[in-house]
Design a protein around this ligand. Structure first.
Ligand code: ZN
Length: 557
């Protein structure tokens, strides 16, 4: 069904709450596992309905914020969401405590039960006031960042607009842009310090009320870390320091030569070529059409997927007035339809939507007939493999988007991917130190960051910038505030996507088959067994990163 024809009706709140209560009650009274599973199927249906109504309302609001009808609808879902989540928890507690659990575990998987356990370990009603305060602190941070008004080049810019000037081909423009952003952050760094200080204390208090020593184990539960812990993550970061940091240092030295600079500075951080980074050719409509051609050639599965997306208006990617900024992919279960939302702006980010977001959507499409919803409940380090690997599988077609600069694009993409990993690990290690030592002062936190910069990004030269040069960089990284411990997921998935890149260099078809298998396994298995079944190596294990580095050293140097 076309997106514009999908019928919408507000979720009936009373009816839904009553239905949830009734399902929970019937689960309690069910005489056996089989009966419980039958009731659970009704739960799936109800859950699909709730999700479809809500998602439809949110998307229609995001594509036209001037539409008052959907604005009201969105507010309605904001309001009922916590209530429904609470009912959902009560329902799952009955499954968790079921005398027929082993039967259910066979039906919906052991990953599902592990995730329920983590949810129970991470939540208690007594935490609600602290969690509300935590949300308010996160909103304070995002408002502060979103409301930035920086006067530059005769216009008033927000931070995302400044990003364009910060990677301007003209180095003087670049320098002034970085300086303007640094000045802006100097003016708010005290407030960000205060917000973060309160956040760290708040999260630590939540953890202590649940009996944890500090926030780290609680943060891991909330991220659904169902199959690895702090030790594995530490071993991953150790290998990144040992193998990827030296390779990244060489890549930056190459960049310096390409840019024709005597010395690389932090203002050159996003620059890959002296004549500017590659940008796509053609109008947004043409980029979309080229995307369709590409997916038709890539495989029968992607052909069916992208044709379906285009036919049913499931890509709203053109910039328009009254459209919310940013981009995402979501899923409408009752219509078995992924949906991609974006704002094309003429940069290589537009192509990322066609490759990265479509990777997420493709996986959603591939498993749309899966009945067991728990199998689709993937964690972020897995979801990001689907998208990041697709970026590499589609590289062959980059001539269509970047013309004569396709080779430049591929080099930039690979270098950027490799150099991201040390940065991501630094964000992760920083948070471990911060939550292990909640007593640190804001100044001491900045010193921690400064020291980590030397370990993970020894090439960084901050000249004498008073903000970036004094351990301030992390204050621009929203995940640190909004999604603690999320960042390592991107590093793990980059390492897996690079494994696919290495595989396709050897045999593209075999790599693709492995990717399809990985997308289909989803959360049927825990992380490492899932990777192994698809033929990928465990990124935590010794040797995985070293092997990658040896392969890519030859390609980028
Ligand atoms: Zn993604």
């Amino acid at each position: 069904m076309k997106f514009s024809e999908m019928p919408y009706q507000r979720l009936d709140r009373e009816e839904t709450e009553a239905a949830m209560h009734s399902l929970t009650q019937r689960q309690k009274e069910a005489p056996g596992g089989e009966e419980q599973f039958e009731i659970h199927r009704e739960y799936y249906k109800l859950n699909d309905h709730i999700r479809t109504c809500r998602t439809l309302a949110i998307i229609r609001h995001d594509i036209n914020t001037a539409d008052e009808y959907y604005e009201k609808e969105q507010k309605f879902y904001d309001e009922v969401r916590p209530v429904l989540e609470n009912l959902d928890n009560e329902y799952h507690k009955v499954l968790w405590e079921s005398p027929y659990r082993s039967y259910l575990e066979e039906k919906i998987g052991s990953v599902a039960f592990k995730n329920m356990e983590l949810d129970f370990k991470a939540m208690d009603e007594k935490l609600i006031p602290l969690m509300q305060e935590e949300n308010a602190l996160a909103s304070r941070y995002s408002k502060l960042i979103a409301s930035a008004e920086i006067s530059f080049n005769g216009e008033i810019c927000n931070l995302s607009r400044m990003g364009k000037f910060m990677s301007d081909t003209n180095r003087d423009v670049r320098r002034q842009a970085w300086k303007a952003v640094s000045d802006y952050f100097m003016s708010i760094t005290g407030e960000i310090d205060n917000i973060y200080d309160e956040m760290v204390k708040n999260r630590t208090e939540q953890a202590r009320q649940l009996g944890y020593e500090n926030y780290i184990p609680l943060g891991y539960c909330r991220m659904h870390r169902n199959s690895y812990g702090q030790k594995e993550v530490e071993n991953f970061r150790r290998q990144v320091k040992e193998y990827i940091v030296p390779l990244a240092t060489k890549i930056h030295e190459n960049r310096r030569k390409r840019l024709g600079l005597e010395k690389l500075s932090y203002i050159d951080n996003n620059m890959f070529f002296a004549d500017g980074n590659p940008e796509p050719e053609g109008t947004p409509e043409e980029i979309l059409a080229k995307g369709q051609e590409m997916y038709r050639e890539l495989s029968p599965e992607t052909r069916e997927f992208f044709d379906f997306m285009m036919e049913n208006e499931l890509l709203d990617v053109l910039g328009r007035k009254n459209k919310v900024q940013g981009g995402y992919m979501d899923y409408l279960p009752e219509f078995e339809s992924p949906f991609i939302f974006a704002n094309f702006n003429g940069t290589s980010g537009d192509v990322d939507v066609i490759t990265h977001e479509c990777g997420h959507a493709f996986q959603g499409y591939l498993v749309r007939k899966e009945e067991i919803q728990e199998y689709l409940d993937i964690t972020m380090e897995t979801a990001e493999i689907h998208s990041m690997a697709m970026e590499y599988f589609t590289e062959k077609w980059m001539e269509q988007f970047f013309g004569s600069r396709a080779e430049d694009y591929r080099l930039m993409h690979l270098e950027d991917g490799i150099c991201f990993v040390p940065y991501g690990c630094m964000v992760d290690e920083f948070q471990h130190i911060v939550y292990e030592h909640p007593e640190l002062t804001p100044a001491e936190r900045k010193d921690v960051w400064k020291k980590l910069e030397q370990e993970y990004r020894p090439h960084m030269n901050y000249e004498d910038d008073p903000f970036f040069g004094n351990g301030g960089w992390w204050q621009r990284q929203g995940h640190i505030f909004q999604n603690p411990f999320y960042y390592i997921d991107y590093c793990l998935s980059t390492v897996c996507a690079l494994q696919y890149k290495m595989k396709m260099d050897l045999n593209y078809k075999e790599a693709w088959e492995s990717y399809l298998a990985l997308c289909r396994i989803s959360a049927r298995k825990f992380y490492v067994p899932m990777l192994e079944e698809a033929g990928l190596k465990n990124p935590f294990a010794d040797g995985c990163i070293q092997e990658l580095v040896e392969h890519f050293e030859k390609l980028v140097l």
